[in-house]
Every structure is written in structure tokens, then in C-alpha cells.
Design a protein around this ligand. Structure first.
Ligand code: 0X9
Ligand code: ZN
Length: 335
């Protein structure tokens, strides 16, 4: 069973409520916070920080940052990150190994980076047909300011323009922004935005990474069962890979049974999360794409099995994303 006991996909209001409840019930260990900027539609981006004596921000401990749902339709990404928060809280009182790792680190956990997009996808009438008006399959955020005037009015969800309004938050970071694998057209599903960090959701992540000692970062996506490290674009790949980076990615992948590879080997992208954070700070960052059945397939498959390491196709018996997250925490605690 999952650390929270959950058996179905959360709604946005449940994420926000549960994060605040975790903090209310564990006031010295957990602190809930709202990211500095609200979204285009005015939503809060909510997270928790988990550390021994969490309010003492001057303890100098390394920060392990876990986040999900840059992409609206990738619901399992938020679930895995939310369960990780419960894992740390439950483990702190019941598991000596987790208590020790948490004791050496600070953990920032933000399940839903893109709440505007997630709300549209999560509350949509299910269709699953990938048409331009299929809100369940929305990927991007709700910045409509780059849409032509006839599409730029009203709320993000309203027709016309359908799900294709918005910027891809995972093409809007400054790392190699403007290069291959990111569309210039406002309607593209990988639209890069008008400038690096034009999006509040992306500036929120920048603000945490730039103001805190984030030595380790995981950004969760779906769907291809991958552990991806930089660089995201082939023409900047170094002649020799950093062996420690590959080794850490391979270790995480040995837990969830996913494929460990540099991101460019999947396809070129620019402006993605770790292609900025790694070059900006030197901290390790990985994209983990949860495996399973579709962008948000059955909860038992895509969330429970992939988190717990029960999925026959990938991680059966190896510990799942739970253990991959624990290994990343271990790297933050004892680099
Ligand atoms: O394209 C993305 O943003 C990620 N895949 S997803 O299906 N979740 O949209 C992967 C980005 C990883 N980076 C590269 N492939 N270069
Ligand atoms: Zn994604």
C-alpha cells in the first residue's frame, strides 16, 4: 500500500489540503509554504518542507527538491511526489534509516508545479483522444498572452484555442532556451514561451533553486519509464560524460527498473528543468518519467505499482520509485 493509503487520483484541492494537514499535524517536522508567485489564473502553488526542526532555516543542510506535474496530464507525477512527502513523515517516526537521512537534509516537496493546467486536465470530461479541444490531455500552463487576440481572451479553458493555449513549462527554463526541440508557435505543445523564465510556474522553481542549497533535484513526469539526466540536446553533449552523474542515474534506474540515459538520447529538448539547474548550480538533477499505462492510466498500475516497485514490466522487486527517491535522498545526505 502507498504511504498515505490512497487508491485513486487526487484532485487539486486534495493536494493542497493534505499538504497543509501534514504541516498542521507535524509542526516541528513539516512546514507548508506557497511558492512566491501565483499562476496566470491566480492559483497558489503549494509545497512542504520537511526537516528536523524545520523552521530553523540556518541549519546549513543540503536541500533535496522533489517536484511533479510541470505537465498537466501527467497525474501520476503528482501522486508519486505526494506519497514521497508521506514517506518522509511516516518514516521519520517509524523507520530509523529514513529518520537518519531526513536528519541530515532538508526536503522540499512540491507535487503540482502547474496547478492551472492540472485542474483543467483533472476535471475534464474524459475523452483521451488527443484532439486540440481535449482538455484531459492538456499539457501546458494557462498563459494565454501569447495567443492571437481572438484566442487571448477569457479563461484558459474557454474555446476557442482549446487545450493548445499556454506555454510548456518544461521548455521555458533558461538552459539552452531557444534551441532545438521547443516550438516557437503559441499553439505548439512544446511552446517555449516568449522569453526564458517568462512563466511564473518556472520562476517559482528558479527561486527555490537559486535561494536554497539544492544539491539534489528530481522532477517527475510520465510516461516512458526513464531516468533522464542532462543534457537534453545532442549538440551540446560533452565528449566525455561525468561518470558520477551516470552512476547516480543508473542507481536510481536499478530501483525502478527504468532506462537510465542522457535526455538527448530520447529526443532533443531545450529549456528543460535540469538543463538549467545543473549548469546554474552544479547540483544533480533528474527527470524521472513514471512508467505504466498512458499519461494517467489506472491508479493501481501507474501509481501504486510504480511507486512500490510491484510493476512486472519494470521494477518488480527492486523497490520502485520509493527506493529511487530514497537513494537520491541518501546521495543528498551523504554525497
Ligand atoms: O518532453 C518532455 O518535457 C519530457 N517528456 S514528457 O513526455 N513528460 O513531456 C522529457 C524531457 C526530457 N528531456 C529530453 N528528452 N531531452
Ligand atoms: Zn512531462
Amino acid at each position: 500500500a502507498l504511504p498515505s493509503g490512497r487508491t485513486s487520483y487526487r484532485h487539486l484541492y486534495e493536494y493542497n489540503y493534505e499538504l497543509k494537514e501534514l504541516a498542521r499535524k507535524n509542526p516541528t517536522l513539516v512546514s507548508a509554504f506557497t511558492m512566491p508567485e501565483s499562476t496566470w489564473e491566480g492559483r497558489d502553488v503549494v509545497g512542504v518542507e520537511i526537516a528536523t526542526d524545520v523552521k530553523n532555516l540556518t541549519d546549513g543542510k543540503p536541500v533535496n527538491f522533489t517536484m511533479g506535474v510541470h505537465h498537466a496530464r501527467e497525474w501520476p507525477a503528482g501522486e508519486h511526489v505526494m506519497e514521497w512527502a508521506y514517506e518522509l513523515v511516516n518514516g521519520y517516526s517509524h523507520d530509523a534509516a529514513i529518520r537518519s537521512l531526513v536528519g541530515k537534509t532538508r526536503n522540499i516537496v512540491v507535487p503540482i508545479i502547474n496547478p492551472d493546467g492540472f485542474e483543467i486536465s483533472r476535471e475534464a470530461e474524459p475523452k483521451g483522444d488527443f484532439t486540440r479541444f481535449d482538455y484531459e490531455m492538456k499539457r501546458k500552463n494557462c498563459n494565454v498572452s501569447d495567443s492571437p487576440p481572438q484566442y487571448a481572451t477569457g479563461v484558459c479553458k474557454a474555446n476557442p484555442g482549446g487545450r493548445l493555449r499556454g506555454t510548456d513549462p518544461n521548455r521555458n527554463y533558461a538552459g539552452f532556451w531557444g534551441g532545438n526541440g521547443a516550438e516557437l508557435a503559441w499553439s505548439g505543445d512544446t511552446f517555449r514561451g516568449s522569453a526564458p523564465f517568462s512563466e511564473p510556474e518556472v520562476r517559482n522553481v528558479r527561486s527555490i533553486v537559486s535561494s536554497r542549497q539544492v544539491t539534489n533535484l528530481i522532477t517527475m513526469h510520465t510516461v516512458a519509464a526513464l531516468v533522464l539526466r542532462p543534457p537534453g540536446v545532442a549538440d551540446v553533449r560533452p565528449p566525455l560524460e561525468e561518470p558520477q552523474y551516470k552512476a547516480l542515474g543508473d542507481k536510481l534506474a536499478s530501483r525502478n527498473g527504468y532506462t537510465s540515459e542522457p535526455s538527448w538520447a530520447l529526443y532533443d529538448t531545450t529549456g528543460t528543468t535540469e538543463d538549467w539547474s545543473y549548469w546554474a548550480t552544479g547540483g544533480w538533477g533528474f527527470t524521472i518519467e513514471v512508467g505504466g499505462n498512458g499519461f494517467h492510466g489506472p491508479y493501481a498500475d501507474n501509481v501504486v505499482a510504480e511507486y512500490e516497485g510491484l510493476a512486472p514490466a519494470t521494477g518488480a522487486g527492486k523497490g520502485g520509485n520509493r527506493q529511487a527517491f530514497l537513494d537520491m535522498l541518501g546521495n543528498a545526505a551523504d554525497p
